[in-house]
Design a binder for this molecule. Structure first.
Ligand code: NAG
Ligand code: NAG
Ligand code: NAG
Ligand code: NAG
Ligand code: NAG
Ligand code: NAG
Ligand code: NAG
Length: 677
């Protein structure tokens, strides 16, 4: 009793001392509520104060419109570790909410639907979970919906199809399930739809081809199945569908033609021949409404909803069956990580084969039984014994090749390895990289998997790993590579005018092409080769042979090394400017991060300099590449090619990974370059 009176008094005093509060500034109150949940420790938003004015410029990240209403909240990449409060609904005039690249968790409040003036919603790269609120359907001004890289679950709300102004929908890398709503095909302004790396199933709705402005449709890495609508061919490279086990279709490279068994697939119950009518059409059907914001589906009429309803039930049952099976199979496959990515790309038969191949015999090998994985011919049921054995060197051979690791043969050292030149008995020259045991992955099975993968790489622009040798006695593992005589690309950068060797223009162009080809090979998924990200592209890792052909060194080395070592290598790349900006915020290193490094490398090759300053980028942006071309070239280059390469460099090193082209696309682009060699 006494307590409550005290509380009452206290709040009265508090209210009186805060004029704005008394005046009931709803937006300020909403902001303070948001602050309390976005930044519970009050570490990042001290400038948001109950006594302040959000519109006088003192509130970090707040911008107001001319009427003094909060229009934008821009707090991207601020390290916020908190939740998004339902109080957000109080910012009624918000047009932009930019909270990407933080560590926000919890659900997206359904009250967000009240922000009917919102144009941009950026909540990507956080840790948000739960479902995408259906209420989002009332945000009729929404143009950009960025929710990618979170932990969102549930299905994609069909109601999104009602948001006519949507231009970009990015939901990739979540944990979304269900079908792709056919209603998305109604979005006439939609340019980019990215649903990749989720658990979506069913087939790709034919209606998506009706979205007239659509340029990019990325659905790769889901569990989609069925016939791919032929009309999507118009998107060319903008349509990405890889890594979906069950997709089939005609006219798409890498898709098998659909056959009768695809048609009787339980998840596709339509009669034979009705290949263009696919289940997600049913996603048009109204889902049970939650909350007040149910929209009438634009196409459904009473009778179709009933039949469609029955349809949905049947399909849902089938889909659950398929899904359960998929999950079951996935669990079974989940052994270590190195091959996991690749496994999920294989088709069913291959995947089961791969499971057996990389299966338990290795997992049961204990590290403690001896680090020397190959010392005795233990039974590696997994790998092709003959090939693996033929790649195995013995220590004696390595010692004699390098003259007992003579300093004279030392080619280079890094924090975790030393590389020696050596000559094998057959006279061939090799580079022997020694890595200490403590830097190698402690899990033997993982190490072996990595090794197996690296020995399988074969490309003209990737240094060949000829073999390996692990010595318990020395506590080291040795990787034996072909020797590449002309050093690395670094040695051709920052050459003083009139000083060292200068690469001619045509050589530079061919080096760029070679690097791109090598990287495209690593990134490609082939029957016996999983996708491999290099992770350490730099001028130092591009070796140059006697014919000035470039070869990528240390591809996929991280497969063998401990996380600490990998991390410190990444820090090294960052120091040299090669590390893609998103790594800092997402901690993810993907093919697109390699592409970024390639962009930086390309600038280096054009400018002949290690350091790529912002002025170089600015010049490239305004197509003034002449300003940064290597003076050592004395103007001897083809302007057309230089302009093109500068443009590619700029695109590859784009801030946003989503804007960067794939290495495949780059190889093609370089190939089109008529006068390029
Ligand atoms: C809000 O952000 C958008 C996008 O950056 C910008 O165009 C707009 O001018 C901003 N509004 C205000 C009031 O600052
Ligand atoms: C996301 O949340 C999980 C647990 O829910 C946590 O382990 C992880 O560290 C979080 N990630 C980030 C980037 O905050
Ligand atoms: C959101 O909108 C609904 C309906 O328009 C309204 O009843 C509700 O009070 C609003 N919520 C907030 C927090 O403003
Ligand atoms: C995704 O969802 C599945 C089941 O729906 C669950 O088993 C899995 O752990 C989820 N993954 C993540 C990363 O949340
Ligand atoms: C596929 O998705 C999983 C998570 O769902 C992700 O870890 C993996 O990197 C993705 N693979 C590709 C090739 O996008
Ligand atoms: C049809 O598909 C099944 C399973 O996907 C496959 O085993 C079979 O070889 C295919 N037949 C043809 C003619 O492609
Ligand atoms: C939904 O449709 C029905 C009949 O078609 C109509 O009576 C009702 O008003 C509609 N509701 C909304 C929210 O548009």
């Amino acid at each position: 009793m006494v307590l409550s009176v005290l509380l009452l008094l206290f709040s009265l005093v508090f209210l009186l001392s805060n004029p704005t509060w008394v005046c009931g500034n709803g937006e300020l109150r909403a902001l303070m509520d948001m602050k309390a949940s976005l930044d519970p420790e009050s570490l990042y938003l001290p400038s948001w104060s109950i006594n302040g004015d959000p519109c006088d410029g003192s509130f970090e990240g707040i911008a107001c419109n001319e009427k003094g209403q909060v229009a934008n909240v821009s707090l991207q990449g601020k390290g916020l570790l908190g939740k998004l409060s339902p109080a957000i609904a109080g910012l009624k005039h918000l047009t932009g909410l930019y909270l990407h690249y933080n560590s926000l968790y919890g659900e997206i409040p359904r009250e967000i639907g009240n922000l009917t003036e919102l144009v941009d919603l950026y909540l990507n790269v956080n840790n948000l979970s739960g479902e995408i609120p259906r209420e989002i359907a009332s945000m009729e001004n929404l143009q950009v919906l960025q929710l990618c890289y979170n932990q969102l679950t549930g299905s994609i709300p069909t109601q999104l199809g009602a948001l006519e102004k949507l231009r970009v929908v990015a939901l990739q890398s979540n944990n979304l399930t269900g079908a792709i709503p056919a209603s998305l095909g109604d979005l006439g302004m939609l340019v980019r739809l990215d649903l990749s790396s989720n658990n979506l199933f069913g087939s790709i709705p034919t209606s998506l081809a009706d979205a007239l402005s659509l340029k990019v449709l990325d659905v790769h890495n889901n569990t989609l199945s069925g016939n791919v609508p032929p009309a999507l061919k118009r998107l060319d490279d903008g349509f990405l569908y890889e890594y979906n086990l069950g997709l089939c279709g005609v006219g798409f490279s890498s898709l098998k033609a659909c056959n009768a068994s695809d048609r009787v697939n339980p998840s596709r119950p339509e009669p034979y021949g009705a290949a263009t009518r696919d289940i997600p059409e049913t996603a048009n059907v109204k889902l049970p409404c939650r909350g007040t914001q149910c929209l009438n589906s634009s196409k459904s009429s009473q009778s179709t909803s009933v039949t469609a309803g029955i349809f949905v039930v049947i399909i849902a049952l089938c889909a659950i069956g398929v899904w359960t099976f998929a999950i079951y199979r996935r669990r079974k496959q989940k052994l270590g990580d190195s091959f996991h990515i690749s496994d999920s790309h294989l088709n069913t038969d291959e995947a089961i084969g791969a499971y057996r191949k990389n299966g338990s015999p290795l997992v049961s090998l204990e590290y403690s039984t001896g680090w020397d994985p190959l010392a005795d011919s233990r039974n590696f049921n997994g790998y092709n014994q003959d090939i693996f054995q033929s790649l195995r060197f013995n220590l004696e051979e390595v010692e004699s090749a390098t003259q007992y690791f003579s300093e004279l043969n030392l080619l280079g050292k890094s924090s975790f390895s030393a590389t020696y030149r050596g000559v094998l008995r057959d006279g061939s020259v090799v580079a022997v990289k020694s890595i200490s045991k403590t830097s190698c992955k402690s899990d033997e099975a993982e190490f072996m998997k990595g090794l197996h993968m690296l020995t399988s790489l074969r490309n003209d622009n990737v240094v060949r790993l000829r073999g390996f040798c692990c010595s318990r006695g020395r506590g080291e593992c040795f990787l034996i590579y072909d020797f590449v005589p002309n050093g690395n690309l670094s040695r051709f950068l920052d050459v003083k005018v009139g000083g060292g060797e200068v690469l001619e223009w045509s050589t530079r162009v061919s080096i760029v092409k070679g690097i791109a080809k090598g990287m495209a090979y690593l990134h490609a998924y082939k029957a016996n080769k999983p996708v491999l990200v290099h992770q350490n592209i730099s001028a130092d890792k591009v070796l140059i042979d006697q014919r000035y052909n470039p070869l990528l060194a240390d591809s996929g080395m991280y497969k063998l090394l401990t996380n600490d070592i990998v991390f410190s290598a990444l820090k090294g790349s960052a120091a040299k400017g090669y590390l893609a900006p998103e790594y800092a915020t997402t901690g993810r290193f993907a093919e697109t991060s390699d592409v970024y490094a390639f962009g930086v490398l390309l600038f280096q090759i054009l400018s002949g300099k290690h350091e790529i300053t912002s002025s170089i980028r600015l010049a490239a942006e305004s197509s003034k590449y002449q300003e940064f071309m290597d003076p050592n070239l004395h103007g001897r280059y083809f302007e057309y090619e230089a302009a093109k390469l500068a443009k590619i460099a700029l695109l590859c090193s784009h801030e946003s990974p989503f804007e960067r082209p794939s290495m495949d696309a780059i190889v093609q682009e370089l190939g089109n370059c008529s006068s390029c060699l």
